[in-house]
Design a binder for this molecule. Structure first.
Ligand SMILES: [Mn+2]
Length: 253
């Protein structure tokens, strides 16, 4: 970690793990939190400074308290700051998963719209902002971006990237013009299941995809030399997975 700080205390880089669309509770198996555990493990192993979850972390707002409290415990024990954007499935309606149970309580967990819509992490010189889904109605997920207050600025939005007139019937549309106005160093998108970069403008915009379908999360490095984004496979919970796999092939002789 010390390599990320210069002699004058100025940070050289910040490393953010970006995932979305876990849809916890979509299946009703007892182990309904496995995807969250795997995402948290992946971020920790990558030594990410912060984890950003870009909406639809939970499949719906009627989930039992037991599952929400289990998720709150996992998030609270994550060992790094976690920023959550409520999406269309887990919006901030009065019965929201983020208003029941203890999801918003761990000190390392920040829910956009519960705590604030723009958060500053001074130790990282990083600002994260995003407009949560407050209900099930349509809205512009990138409206009114805030002024930059830190060296690095990440926007997070949950919606549909418009690729042409055939998308006009969809809700929560995000247009190239919205992207140009937000001026962030990276836009973390959620709502699509697949991991893909979108847009052609000056702001790099990426969907992380759903971890269970894409099989990866995005690891975003912002540093003195600019931005680097790579996809990292979601860790397995198998104990065996912790060790390096034995070398195969290439046997000596
Ligand atoms: Mn969605």
């Amino acid at each position: 970690m010390s390599a990320r700080n210069g002699v004058n205390g100025r940070r050289h880089e910040v490393l953010v793990a970006h995932s979305s669309d876990l849809h916890l509770g979509f299946d009703v198996r007892p182990a309904g939190l496995e995807t969250l555990e795997r995402v948290l493990l992946t971020a920790a192993r990558a030594e990410a400074d912060l984890l950003l979850l870009a909406g639809d972390v939970f499949d719906h707002n009627r989930l039992p308290l037991e599952l929400l409290d289990g998720a709150a415990r996992l998030l609270g024990d994550a060992g790094l700051p976690v920023v959550i954007l409520p999406g269309n499935h887990d919006c901030l309606a009065p019965n929201s998963v983020y208003r029941r149970g203890g999801l918003s309580e761990p000190p390392n967990v920040r829910v956009l719209g519960i705590h604030a819509e723009s958060l500053e992490f001074a130790a990282l010189d990083l600002q994260v902002f995003g407009r949560p889904h407050h209900d099930y109605d349509d809205m512009n997920p990138l409206a009114d971006p805030p002024t930059r207050t830190a060296r690095w600025q990440m926007a997070v939005a949950h919606g549909h990237w418009v690729t042409g007139p055939h998308d006009e019937h969809r809700s929560w549309r995000i247009y190239e013009d919205d992207l140009a106005e937000c001026r962030a160093d990276y836009l973390a998108l959620g709502h699509w299941d697949r991991a893909v970069q979108v847009g052609a403008g000056p702001v790099p915009a990426y969907y992380s995809g759903s971890p269970s379908l894409a099989g990866t999360l995005n690891l975003v490095r912002l540093g003195d030399d600019g931005l680097a984004v790579r996809r990292v496979p979601i860790a397995s919970l198998d104990a065996d997975d912790v060790a390096e796999p034995p070398a195969s092939g290439q046997a000596a002789g």
